[in-house]
Write a new protein. Structure first.
Length: 85
């Protein structure tokens, strides 16, 4: 499945624990990544500097087929459920 146009939910909802360019402490869940472009696409897509967690993340119909709001809620819930204690 391809990413939905103008979504960017994964660049907001999920946390990134590794350093990334311009975000040396990583990115907390719920914070918009500084690399999210106006069209809601990743400026690091396809680059070696893209975090591995982002490269490994793949859109799925259950998460992405119902619009941006649904994707944000879905991913926020996943972050909550998988947050270390």
């Amino acid at each position: 499945m391809d990413c939905q146009p103008f979504c960017g939910a994964c660049c907001i909802a999920q946390s990134i624990s590794s350093p990334i360019p311009l975000m040396p402490q990583g990115k907390p869940a719920g914070v918009t990544c500084v690399h999210l472009l106006v069209d809601q696409r990743c400026a690091l897509f396809g680059l070696a500097t893209r975090p591995q967690v982002c490269a490994d993340f793949k859109p799925e119909p259950e998460m992405c087929s119902h619009g941006r709001s649904h994707a944000l809620n879905y991913l926020t819930e996943l972050e909550y459920l998988t947050k270390p204690d």
